[in-house]
Design a protein around this ligand. Structure first.
Ligand code: PEP
Length: 242
């Protein structure tokens, strides 16, 4: 049985005054969370978030360097993230693939850096609208998975299927569309114990669509962007688990 995981990605939002989100989230939850919860604030808030988050919220970064150390100005290594108490790191988000030209090989290197220091990488992938309309979603996602996964991938990586056309657009994949791709990804996973692999869905997840998505047999949680900024919405998504 895979335990569900709900992750929030604050992207380029959040300053110290927003740490009050933690208390607001706790007070909004209708019941003790029936899932793992990960919050990924911007890098400037990671340390404070680790210090202030209750133990049922794990903290993750939104990215890490593909290098371990060296002359790479502005980069933050996976080891530095682990050092301040992060437990997860998102790699290969489509916004980084698009804005920073990150290839599958770069994403794989980042995931390997994360695993080497005990961080769990959340490896993002997903097709564009053109690829979906051309009937190539399965093939594209499977190819990204195989090229982005660390060589020694065990089930301690997490995959996030995030169709690009659904991120920040208000358009969500239907529960059936998402389930189909999750099933393809699980079948293609060449790591140990594919049944234990957690595959999250991301793309305009909101309180009103979360339950239908999370009911699908191969959807093990959600990576939530916009709705994670609002503790009321994020709490409602967490409450919709189980
Ligand atoms: C994301 O940031 O990964 C994401 C899915 O964003 P949104 O929920 O806003 O579509």
């Amino acid at each position: 049985m895979r335990r569900a995981l709900i992750a929030g990605n604050w992207k380029l939002h959040g300053q110290r005054q927003d740490l009050q989100w933690l208390e607001a989230l706790s007070s909004q939850l209708g019941k003790p969370p029936a899932c793992d919860i990960v919050l990924c604030p911007p890098a400037t808030l990671l340390s404070d978030m680790v210090g202030q988050a209750p133990d049922w919220i794990a903290v993750g970064a939104q990215d890490c360097s593909r290098h371990g150390s060296g002359a790479h100005t502005g980069e933050i290594s996976a080891a530095m993230l682990a050092d301040i108490g992060c437990r997860y790191v998102i790699v290969g988000h489509s916004e980084r693939r698009a804005d920073h030209g990150e290839t599958d090989a770069v994403v794989k290197a980042k995931a390997e850096q994360a695993l080497a220091v005990g961080l769990t990488p959340i490896i993002c992938l997903g097709e564009s609208l053109q690829e979906r309309d051309a009937g190539r979603a399965d093939e594209v996602c499977q190819a990204q998975l195989l090229a982005s996964l660390p060589d020694a991938a065990a089930s301690d990586v997490i995959i996030a299927y995030e169709p690009i056309w659904a991120i920040g657009t208000g358009r969500t994949a239907s529960a059936e569309q998402a389930q189909d791709i999750h099933q393809v990804l699980r079948a293609a996973f060449r790591g140990q114990n594919r049944d234990a692999l957690r595959i999250l869905y991301g793309g305009s997840v909101k309180p009103d669509n979360a339950a239908a998505l999370l009911r699908q047999p191969d959807i093990d949680g959600a990576l939530v962007g916009g709705a994670s900024l609002d503790p009321v919405s994020f709490a409602a998504i967490i409450d919709s688990v189980g």
